[in-house]
Ligand binder design. Structure first.
Ligand SMILES: NC(=O)c1ccc[n+]([C@@H]2O[C@H](COP(=O)([O-])OP(=O)(O)OC[C@H]3O[C@@H](n4cnc5c(N)ncnc54)[C@H](OP(=O)(O)O)[C@@H]3O)[C@@H](O)[C@H]2O)c1
Length: 438
């Protein structure tokens, strides 16, 4: 039986899942690959630490360089995380002519260009299915299954932590702090959840998706990114009243007229969004992930599954190891080309984005307030689709006035809100949530 030698850097959550799957599915993998995958070295920080999965201790090393130096390691699997040591390891592995599998979205979102360029130069592969939506095979779908098609839009729920929190808020009417504390208690949210709740994690994943779907080189800091921390229980109540669900969406789409190319313009944004209650994404509950792709020939495709965790992410990583081993054994690395290093696709200015909006004004209940707000919106070319007002709970207290607009230009909408927020009848800054027809 032929063998493929691999070295794994990182024996934490995902590393443990990978080793466990390689062991428990060894027979099936051998049958599908016609070869055996052999773990030659495993790099960790602390070799004394208790592990969830048993492993021959002689394989452990604290020097990830040992994986690169070992001539029997053909594939380096990076599961360390972060962008410093992971970057050094991946670049060193590629420079040594080794193939790389990683689940590290941050590494590829910030250093993908450098990594892909070196891989191409060296004629080796980089696979990264686990980096977006964990076990859900969205990278492979974009790279291979839809290679024939032209993607028009991607709408994703790609962060399980925030989807868990938003599901709790929607279903139990909880405030965000309660839902977040519960997510932390159950292990769905980190002790420091900033990267998740800020939308930053989803933005990094969106960069990888936009690159594959549109050939765009988008940096995380260029994605319009708004997190969930400003959401209130009443937003969910309003969503329900207007027939929507409220989700943190990652959106990338062609942004010309009618979804056309417009000289290679795309939008890339991550923000809370009202989506129709009967949308396929509205039913994605808890920590689950889903990506809805719209492509010209196939139409809509929904990929749904577990976006994190040892075994789901481990399964994506092992599938990459198998695919890569097939290339290696058949002598055809580079069979599925990496995204090109240069691109003519540009990001549309966020000010030019057009969506419909939910606007929640907090106003003093005096005559003429609604008329004045409506006139300000109209003055900026923003037309109103629906208006609702809540009765105030105590005499003299501000009331919530909610307006749903038709599609409007983001810059016009923001200018109108600045104007309205300066009125003496406005009691608190206006809150907005974009509405996405998906
Ligand atoms: N967790 C998930 O569900 C998930 C899902 C999708 C993608 N990912 C990505 O997968 C990667 C790994 O995540 P994880 O959750 O498995 O992380 P983790 O549980 O924190 O594990 C990290 C591992 O890396 C080891 N390590 C850290 N620095 C090292 C160094 N300098 N040299 C050698 N080993 C080092 C640690 O060693 P010690 O054990 O000795 O401390 C640990 O085993 C990240 O890029 C993450 O974004 C994770």
């Amino acid at each position: 039986m032929r063998e493929v030698g691999i070295g794994i850097a990182g024996f934490g959550t995902v590393g443990g899942g990978v080793i466990s799957i390689l062991r428990s599915h060894a027979r099936e993998i051998e049958a599908r690959l016609g070869a055996r995958i052999v773990v030659r070295r495993v790099a960790v920080r602390d070799p004394e630490k208790e592990r969830m999965v048993d492993l021959d201790r002689s394989l452990l090393t604290t020097r990830y360089q040992d994986l690169v130096a070992d001539p029997t390691v053909q594939v380096v699997v990076e599961l360390v995380g972060g962008t410093t040591e992971a970057r050094s390891l991946v670049l060193a592995a590629l420079a040594a002519g080794k193939h790389v599998v990683t689940a590290n979205k941050a590494l590829l979102a910030f250093h993908g260009e450098e990594i892909f360029r070196l891989a191409e130069e060296k004629g080796v592969d980089v696979y990264y299915e686990g980096a977006v939506a964990g076990g859900v095979p969205v990278i492979r779908t974009l790279r291979e299954a839809l290679a024939s098609d032209r993607i028009q839009a991607i709408h994703g729920i790609v962060n399980g932590t925030t989807n868990y929190i938003l599901t709790s808020m929607a279903e139990k009417g909880e405030p965000l702090a309660t839902a977040l504390a519960e997510a932390q208690r159950l292990g769905y949210a980190e002790a420091d959840p900033t990267l998740d709740v800020s939308g930053g994690d989803a933005a990094q994943k969106l960069c990888l998706l936009a690159q594959l779907a549109f050939g765009a080189r988008v940096a995380p800091q260029d994605v319009l990114t708004e997190g969930i921390m400003g959401l209130l229980p009443e937003d969910f109540a309003w969503a329900k009243e207007f027939g929507y669900a409220l989700k943190l969406l990652a959106v990338a789409r062609r942004s010309g007229p009618n979804g056309g190319d417009a000289g290679g313009l795309i939008e890339a944004r991550v923000h809370p969004a009202f989506i129709p209650r009967d949308s396929m994404l509205a039913g994605v509950r808890g920590a689950m992930n889903a990506v809805l792709l719209h492509s010209e020939a196939l139409g809509p495709t929904l990929l749904f599954g577990q976006g994190a965790g040892a075994m789901p992410t481990g399964s994506a990583v092992v599938a990459d190891i198998i695919d890569l081993s097939r290339n290696l054994l058949s002598g055809s690395p580079g069979r599925v080309p990496l995204p090109p290093a240069t691109s003519t696709v540009r990001l549309r200015s966020h000010a030019e984005i057009r969506t419909a909006y939910y606007l929640c004004f907090s106003v003093k209940d005096t005559p003429g307030v609604l008329a004045r707000i409506a006139a300000t919106l109209a003055g900026r070319g923003i037309s109103i689709a629906a208006v609702q007002q809540r009765e105030h709970e105590e005499e003299g207290a501000p009331v919530a006035l909610v307006i749903v607009t038709h599609q409007a230009r983001e810059a016009d909408l923001k200018a109108a809100i600045r104007e309205i927020d300066a009125y003496e009848t406005t009691a608190a800054p206006t809150r907005l949530i974009r509405i996405e027809q998906v």
